[in-house]
Design a protein around this ligand. Sequence first.
Ligand code: ATP
Ligand code: MG
Length: 614
Amino acid sequence: MLGNVHCSVARDGTFSRMCRIHHDVAGDVVTFRAIEKPDGATNLGVWRAARDSFSWPLARSWLDGLPGDKGLNICHEAVVRHASGPRHDVEAIRFLGKETKRRSFTYAQLEVETARFANALAALQVGRGDVVAALTGRVPELYIAALGALRAGVVFCPLFAAFGPEPIEARMRLSGAKVLVTTLPLYRRKIEPIRTRLQNLKHVIILPEEDGYSLATGCHGWDSLVRGASPRHVISPTPPDTPALLHFTSGTTGTPKGALHVHDAVVMHHMTGRYALDLRDGDVFWCTADPGWVTGTSYGIIAPLTCGATLLVDEAEFDAYRWYETLERERVSVWYTAPTAIRMLMKAGTEPLKGRDLSSLRFCASVGEPLNPEAVIWSQRVLGQPFHDNWWQTETGGIMVANFASMPVRPGSMGRPLPGVEAAIVRRRPDGRLEPIETPGVEGELAFRPGWPSMFRAYVNAPERYTQCFQDGYYLSGDLARRDADGYYWFVGRADDVIKSAGHLIGPFEVESALLEHDAVAEAAVIGKPDPVAGSIVKAFVLLQDGIVPSPALERELLGFARRRLGPAIAPKELAIVPMLPRTKSGKILRRLLKARELGLPEGDLSTLEGGSA
Ligand code: ATP
Ligand code: MG
C-alpha cells in the first residue's frame, strides 16, 4: 500500500476502470489512475500519428547504410558514421570499474578500436559465417569485441560470465564459436576443463589482467593481437540479412534456445531507441543489463550508440547505494533496468536515496518481467518519474510494446505497440487455426505479424522449434495478454505459468501484484497446484520485507488480504513464506522450479538458475 491508495489491477482490462482510483470499502476491486505527465517534446509525439506515418523504409532512412549501397552493418551505424561526422569527439561509452577506475571512449576512439579488432580477426582467418563468443564481465574489451566482430561481419555470441563450465559448453557447442574472448581466470576455471571438447574453437583471446599475465597454451593475448592490429578497416559489403548476433534465451520456461539475428536488426534497435527509450543527443544512458542477455546488447550496446548518446556501463553488480550515487554523479538522463532491480531498490527503502539529486533523470524504463503497478507508483513518488514498462523477448530482438514518454503511464500495462509493429491477441479456433480477438479485455496469446527487422531468423540447431513459433501469418510469443479499448496491452502470464482453477484462467502477475500491495511483502510468486476438485489451486510463495518476522498468523493475514483484493476464485488458497525465490541469472522468477519442487517433479534445465552451476 502506498499512503491511502490501494493498488491492484482490474480484471476487465478496460481503461475506464483502469484509470480510476477507486476506494472500495470492501477492498475488492481497486484500480490505478494513469500517471499523467507534463507535456514536453518527445521523439514519438502523438502515438497514433507516429504509427500512421511510419514505415520501415522511413526507419531505414534514419540510418546511413554502407557507402556505395553496400548494405547495412550494425557497427557502421553505431560507431563508424558518428566517428566521421559531428559526433567524432562525443563520449560514446563511459565505463565505471568495480572500484574507482573509469575509462572512456569517444566515437572516434571506438572507431579505431573496433577497426583493430576486425583486423585482428582477419589475421586469424576468421570471417563471414564464423562465430566469436565472449565470456567476460562488463569491461571495455567486451564492447570492442562485440562491435568489432559485427564490423567484420562475424556473428557475435555473448555468454554470461557467471555461467559454469556446463552451460558454457552447451552454448559454445551450439554456437560453433571459432573464437572466444575471455579473461585468464575465467579461461582457467571454465574453459580449460572443456576445451578439448570444443572442436570448433580455434582461438582464445585473453584479456590483459591488471597485474600482467602469462599466456596459456593455444591462446592469444589481447594486447599483442588487437593493440598491434591496423587501426584502418573498411567494412565489406554486408547484405542486411547477414547473421549478426546469437543470443540465448533466459531459460525461464525450459532449456535456453539460441536465437539468431541479422544486421537489419539495427533498424529496429535505432527506431526503438528513439521512440521507446526517447534517446537523444546529449543523453547519458544507463542500461543495467549484462550483454550476456539480449537487453544488454540491443540496448546495452547498439541502440544508444546508433542514437549518438553516451552509454554508461557499470562493471559492478547491484547495490542500492552505488546505483543512486551513479545516477546522480554521472547525470544519467535515461535509465533502462528490470523489475527485479526495481523491487530490490524498493526493498532497500529511502535511506540509500537520502540527499541524492536525481534531477537529471528524464526517462526510466523497465523490461524482462511484468512490472507490478506498485513499482510504477513507487518510482513516481520516490524518483519523481514513473517507470515505463516495455515488453519484448530474445526472439523479437527489440522492444515491441511500450509505455512511451509521450503517453500517460498505465501502471501494470506494458503499453502500446511500437510504430511498424502489428500486435494481436489471438486464440485457437476449434479447427486449430488462429484468429485475432478484437473484443477488449479478453485474454489470449500475444502474437505479431512477422516482418519487423529484428525478428530472429532461426533457433540454432532447432529448425522445427522455430517453425512452430509461426502459424497463420502470426509469430506466437508464448505469453498471454489482453488489450484494452485504447490499445494498451496487459500481461497475464506466460502460457506455461497460467493457472486453470475451477473454470477460471488465472495469470500469476495479477495475483502477485495484489500480494505485493501488502506492506510486509517484498516479492511474490504463484503457481498452480493440482487439486482433485478445482483442477488447480493457486499457491503463493512470498518473500517478506527485511525485518518482518514470518508467522502462521502473517500467512493467514496475507491469504485474507489477497482474498479481499482478488475475490475467492482467484486468490491463493495456500501460501508459504520463503527465505528466497529461485530466479534465473538474469533475475526472472523461475515459477517452473517452484512448481517442480512443490510437486516433487524433475527440476529440468537449471543452467540459468541464479547461484547454480557458476
Ligand atoms: P525462455 O524463453 O528460455 O523460457 P525467457 O522467455 O525468460 O526464457 P527472454 O527472451 O529473456 O527469455 O525473456 C522474454 C520473456 O520475458 C517474455 O516472453 C515475457 O514472458 C517476459 N517479459 C519481458 N518483458 C516483460 C514485460 N514487460 N512484462 C511481462 N513479461 C515480460
Ligand atoms: Mg521465452
